[in-house]
Design a protein around this ligand. Structure first.
Ligand code: ATP
Length: 186
């Protein structure tokens, strides 16, 4: 439904993007922040690789200040999904709300917070919820600059992982890892 970006990369002030049609285009001159919008999507979906968002440290993702706007101490991205079950369509997420809002906030000390409809949740909960709905921070959902090429040129193992994510198998990987961890602990 919408994306709200505040203090993330080149977004010094809060910017809201409303997606009212099924296809939306974002245009702008080179370096105006179009890729930062794609990265904001990936960020709020729980992306852990700073490098994949073109930064070296967490801090690189926070608005670094300019002559007109001081640098920010936190970056937040909020993504709202239509989770209604209209026309017999099942809900996207197994949650009893017509709108599901995910929010991720990072601070200069590198701490990350995740909120689901305003309540704090663990990254694990978000990843599990997203993978059940076949949405992931990487894989085929977000194809960044140069990546269409990557799908063709990666090795079979990486391609397998992309296909598995697209098929919604990630959830079973998480569950397996989780079970192995619990076994180890026991
Ligand atoms: P192109 O069309 O060339 O791919 P683009 O529109 O996709 O460009 P981006 O690459 O998304 O643009 O934006 C890059 C801009 O974001 C640069 O001007 C860079 O200085 C700015 N930027 C990135 N991180 C930060 C930050 N932490 N603070 C301030 N500005 C930032």
């Amino acid at each position: 439904k919408s994306l709200e970006i505040a203090g993330f990369k080149s977004f010094a002030k809060k910017a809201s993007l409303e997606f009212t049609t099924s296809i939306a285009g974002i245009v702008g001159p080179n370096g105006s922040g179009k890729s930062n919008v794609a990265e904001a999507f990936r960020f709020v979906l729980g992306e852990q690789s700073i490098k994949s968002m073109r930064g070296k440290r967490t801090e690189d993702l926070i608005w670094n200040g300019s002559q007109t706007a001081p640098r920010a101490n936190r970056a937040s991205v909020k993504l709202s999904f239509d989770n209604s079950s209209q026309h017999g369509r099942p809900r996207l997420f197994d949650i009893d709300f017509d709108t599901v809002t995910l929010e991720r906030i990072i601070h200069r000390d590198s701490s990350s917070e995740y909120l689901l409809n305003g309540s704090p949740v663990r990254l694990k909960d978000i990843l599990e919820m997203l993978s059940k709905a076949h949405i992931g921070a990487s894989g085929h959902h977000i194809i960044s600059q140069g990546e269409a090429d990557r799908i063709l040129s990666v090795n079979p193992r990486e391609r397998k992982s992309m296909i598995e994510e697209a098929l919604g198998l990630k959830i079973y990987h998480y569950k397996k890892e989780e079970s192995l961890r619990k076994l180890e602990k026991t």
